[in-house]
Design a protein around this ligand. Structure first.
Ligand SMILES: [Zn+2]
Length: 102
């Protein structure tokens, strides 16, 4: 990422060594924090934490999604059994067709 400004956003007297990937502000060595291979300012890290927390909350998806997945989980043996029955029926039909042609 190109450094568009020469000096740190927090320390105007210090030269910037990089740009925060979140805020795109120039930072000096003291303000820059290397995390997961990229540079963040303190503000940027806070934004990242907020984003992660929101993503986690969205991932949980509230109680409704848990209830739906619970129902699906409970019904899955029944669904598997239905699939098995369907497979048997299809196999039966195919076999009778084959025997009829031969
Ligand atoms: Zn600084």
């Amino acid at each position: 990422m190109a450094i568009t400004e020469r000096f740190c956003a927090n320390h105007p007297q210090r030269p910037a060594i990089g740009v925060c990937v979140m805020t795109h502000k120039p930072m000096c060595g003291e303000c820059s924090t290397r995390y997961e291979g990229v540079n963040y300012s303190k503000e940027g890290l806070r934004l990242l934490q907020q984003q992660r927390a929101e993503a986690k909350r969205a991932g949980r998806g509230g109680r409704r999604r848990a209830v739906i997945s619970g129902i699906v989980w409970c019904l899955s043996p029944a669904l598997l059994y239905l699939m098995y029955l369907g497979f048997l029926t299809v196999a039966d039909v195919l076999m009778s067709m084959l025997h009829r042609e031969l």
